[in-house]
Design a protein around this ligand. Structure first.
Ligand SMILES: Nc1ncnc2c1ncn2[C@@H]1O[C@H](COP(=O)(O)OP(=O)(O)OP(=O)(O)O)[C@@H](O)[C@H]1O
Ligand SMILES: [Mg+2]
Length: 360
């Protein structure tokens, strides 16, 4: 089929490749015969990798799809399913509306055309955009505030030191010592709020090396009954990033998990590559997805929507800065941190673009 547009014409394959809907074709043996670009993006694998694979290798909960494929083939009628929750082999979920249509090729063989539209896709993009903007604004406000506090604080500390030298009486020195130590405490808090002030040192970073370093650090702190497992995708390429900033961001998240588990439980460090993936409204060809998963008590319900804001803490000795700093550091790498939490499963997902170019 071709569509005429004045002198130019667009063939059906080009149209299929540029459609926003994922289109998959299965044969009567439930093998994937063809997939378009939107399908590759949704399933996070290339057409080359997916072609010829059995349905059970494409979806973990293949039974749901197999049932509809079967009835489409048997009755030669279109079947629609709304709100299917499909699980992918990389442990991610997709909520989609599906349409199964029987088709025949010129040799008379029957296939099933599966169209899939992701339900929460646009909602997620809008939410992410809002999140990035809000958090950047809050972070800037906080940096400004920290900067303003630092100057008078230095003066205050200096004056207390001078005063201490003038006072002979040891009993009164106790008071100047309190001023000095509290000023120091505030100073280090302000330094954390300001974050690193050097320009990021961008170089190729092996994310697995960073994760292993984090693993070594927390294993020492965590003790015997807390296990940190790796589930790495070896095909993940190096990422252009500042290693120390990335390490800091991941460590803040993993430390929270360790604290939540109180010495007992498990943490999984998982990496995957996502293809044609959105971070906010920017579309990237390749994105690194790093997940930190723990089986602890979950984030308290009343905090869930706010944990990336500064000064939000559920711990008596917490400053509530760890996650807002982590988010700011990842934002500096054009990435984003998301979180989902429930009793027994908390997942922090870091999304970092792996390529420079992005399509708008
Ligand atoms: N994996 C997790 N499980 C349960 N709760 C969590 C988890 N991660 C974060 N939280 C909650 O989110 C809050 C905010 O975390 P954040 O790292 O920003 O601050 P903090 O840990 O309280 O203090 P800081 O990191 O500055 O020392 C924590 O106090 C905790 O209540
Ligand atoms: Mg923390």
């Amino acid at each position: 089929m071709t569509v005429d547009q004045g002198h130019a014409s667009i063939d059906a394959v080009t149209i299929l490749e540029h459609m926003g809907t994922a289109v998959l074709v299965f044969d009567d043996q439930y093998r994937l015969k063809s997939i378009n670009q939107a399908g590759e993006a949704m399933l996070a694998h290339s057409a080359r990798y997916l072609s010829g694979r059995d349905l059970a290798q494409v979806f973990v909960n293949a039974e749901l799809v197999r049932f509809s494929l079967n009835s489409t083939l048997e009755n030669e009628q279109t079947v629609s399913q709304h709100g299917c929750l499909l699980q992918l082999p990389d442990a991610s979920d997709l909520r989609v509306n599906c349409t199964f249509t029987p088709i025949r090729d010129s040799a008379g063989e029957t296939f099933v055309l599966l169209e899939m539209r992701q339900i929460d896709h646009h909602l997620r993009i809008e939410q992410e955009e809002g999140l990035i903007m809000q958090q950047q604004a809050t972070h800037e406000l906080l940096r400004g505030l920290a900067h303003e506090i630092k100057n008078p604080l230095g003066g205050l500390r200096g004056a207390a030191q001078l005063l201490e030298r003038q006072i002979g009486e040891a009993g009164l020195r106790e008071y100047t010592q309190i001023i000095i130590s509290e000023a120091d405490r505030l100073q280090s808090l302000m330094d954390r709020m300001l974050g690193p002030n050097n320009l990021p040192k961008i170089e190729p970073v092996n994310i697995h090396e960073v994760l292993e370093h984090v693993r070594d650090l927390v294993r020492v702190e965590a003790g015997e009954a807390l296990h940190v497992y790796q589930d790495y995708d070896p095909s993940l390429p190096d990422i252009q990033a500042d290693r120390d900033l990335l390490l800091q961001a991941i460590l803040n998240i993993v430390r929270n998990a360790v604290q939540a588990l109180e010495g007992r439980g498990e943490i999984i460090l998982r990496t995957r590559v996502r293809r044609h993936f959105n971070i906010g409204s920017n579309k990237y060809r390749l994105v690194a997805r790093i997940q930190i998963i723990d089986n602890g008590p979950g984030i308290p319900e009343e905090l869930r929507k706010q944990i990336f804001y500064p000064m939000i803490t559920g711990r008596s000795e917490g400053t509530g800065l760890g996650l807002s700093i982590a988010q700011a550091l990842i934002n500096r790498h054009r990435g984003l941190i998301e979180c989902e939490s429930q009793l027994g499963k908390t997942v922090f997902t870091l999304l970092l673009p792996l390529d420079e170019k992005h399509e708008s």
